[in-house]
Every structure is written in C-alpha cells, then in structure tokens.
Ligand binder design. Structure first.
Ligand SMILES: N[C@@H](CCC(=O)N[C@@H](CS)C(=O)NCC(=O)O)C(=O)O
Length: 207
C-alpha cells in the first residue's frame, strides 16, 4: 500500500482527501488521528507534520499536509487534464475556488460548526453564531451566482474545485441555520449527492 492517510473521518479537511481518493479509486491505508485518537501529539508526528493536524499523507515518500494541497496533488497525479486541468488558466480557476473555500468561507464556517456542533447550548455565543451564519451565506451567494452558468465549479466537468466547496455545502445544509434560497447552489449540491464517494465520505453526521 503506497498511500497512507492520517485523519479522523469526521474532519471536514480529512473528508476532502477521502472523497477524492474514492473518486480516483485509489487504494490507501487510513489511520485514525486527531482529537480523541491522538497520534498527532506523538513526538514522531511533528516530523511528518509540524502543525500536528489532519489530514496528513505519505504517498511513497511524498509527505504532504494542508487538505487542499493534498487534493490538488492527488488530482494532478491521478487525473491530469480532468480533475486538475493542464491549461494554466483553467488550472488557476480550479485553484482559485479552492483557495476561496479556505480563505473566505472557512473563517466563518469553522466557528459556526464548532459553536453549533461542539459547544453546549448554554455556552454558545448566539450573536457570534448569527454573524458567522450571515458571513457564510454571503459567501455562498457568490458561489450561487457563479453556478448559474455551469454544472460544476470549474465548468461542465467535475474537478478538484468541487471537493472543498462540496464539503462546505454539505455542512451548511446540515447545520441548523437559515438557508436563504440559492437555487443554483442547490442544483449543484444535488448533483454532488448523486456521487457515491460524496455520500460515503462527506454526508456523515456532524460530530
Ligand atoms: N488548513 C488545514 C487545517 C488542518 C486542521 O486544522 N485540521 C483539523 C481537523 S479539521 C485538526 O487537525 N484538528 C486537530 C485534531 O483533529 O486533533 C487543512 O486544510 O488541512
């Protein structure tokens, strides 16, 4: 087995990697790590990933962390010209949406998820959660407008760009927040739901 993936299955960032690994029909070994599984706190792990986070992979000696970088790597290695376009402009568009997921959506979705899923009701900062929910919705309106003219994030073909954003979309629809009407986003999301790897790896209870 050449590909090893460290990460617990309920992590959004691990789910990205497991989803694309399944889309690509890769064989891999997954090792539970993070939170209750520990591992990331062991001394040796810092040599593999000094951030002590999941996901982390070792693909026959290619060691990587940062979920979107791993998704890009696996797509480029196993699906060049398809899940990761060869043309620089098309490739940059895929990467742009992936970066946008991390830099624009996650700073609001992360606290929203932690507040609603991993914080006791009596300890929640409702004003902060309301603000975060509004920021996520504002971001998703941009994606909704973008999806008006295409089937997938980077065009008519499923690509690496759909992976991080699909993970965000699942969490947003699963969270107990207002879901303003976004028909193009919903139509794209329903397309993802038909993909077995998405339902198996991403559509899990939020814990
Ligand atoms: N930007 C990083 C974030 C990595 C990260 O913070 N992962 C979380 C899980 S989503 C983690 O490792 N948390 C600590 C833990 O699980 O022990 C990525 O996209 O991979």
């Amino acid at each position: 087995m050449s590909l090893r993936i460290w990460g617990r299955t309920n992590s959004i960032n691990v789910q990205k990697v497991l989803w694309i690994a399944d889309e690509l029909a890769l064989n891999y070994e997954r090792i539970d790590a993070g939170l209750q599984f520990g591992v990331v706190s062991q001394d040796w792990f810092a040599d593999v990933n000094p951030n002590r986070t999941v996901p982390t992979i070792d693909d026959d000696g290619t060691v990587l962390w940062e979920s979107n970088a791993i998704v890009r790597y696996l797509a480029a290695k196993h699906s060049p010209g398809k899940m990761m376009p060869d043309n620089p402009g098309d490739r940059a568009a895929v990467e742009m949406w992936m970066d946008w997921q991390q830099t624009t959506l996650m700073p609001a979705l992360g606290p929203l998820f932690l507040g609603l899923v991993r914080t006791a009701p009596e300890d929640r900062d409702l004003a902060a959660l309301d603000h975060a929910a509004g920021e996520v919705a504002d971001g998703l309106r941009i994606l909704d407008a973008h999806m008006a003219e295409r089937s997938f994030v980077a065009g008519e073909r499923f690509s690496a760009a759909d992976i991080p954003l699909g993970c965000v979309a699942y969490r947003w629809y699963a969270l107990d927040v207002d879901h303003p009407d976004m028909p193009n986003l919903k139509a794209w999301y329903e397309r993802l739901v038909t993909r077995p790897a998405f339902s198996a790896r991403v559509m899990l209870p939020l814990t």
